[in-house]
Design a protein around this ligand. Sequence first.
Ligand SMILES: [Zn+2]
Length: 193
Amino acid sequence: MAEVEGQVRDEKLDAEREARRQIALAQVRQYPDPVLRMAAKEVEEFDDALRGLVDRMGRLMQEARGVGLAATQIGILQRVLVYLPAEEAPVTALVNPRAVTTGEELEAADEGCLSLGSATVVVPVERATTLTVEALSPLREPVRIEAEGLEARVLQHELDHLEGILTLDRTTPEARRRALGELRPRSVLGSIA
Ligand SMILES: [Zn+2]
């Protein structure tokens, strides 16, 4: 009996989490929103507004169940990204990030995107397995990250967003066609509403 109650409680929590995820996703710009194609500008003011933006992005990313989010995805064209470097790691925010070295070894893996119907549209993307990024923290401290594996992949995905590049541009022609087919019915519904 206790087990059943536990299950019910879990289900209720899951439903609440799912509702929060949908609310967060509704604040993320969805393809084909033209802002997703625009390049973000360097941040010049390291003020409370910037720190407020970073906090909001971190919350949205976690509620949307993402591992990374670029400011472009919430319609703000500033070079700001947040991401989770590892599963249990705290949210890391990078301001004016740039890749200083990109490893030569490439690896293909499936990627979802919060701007492409969340995790439902997944395409294979080839990325460098190692990457060094230099950036500033929201407090204007220099940050240098030597990333590999999933962390390197997430950083390349978010850096692409800041340039207006999507996974659709980096995948195979077949996967792109399939993804656009999956996205189309949603776009049509969106234009009716
Ligand atoms: Zn994305």
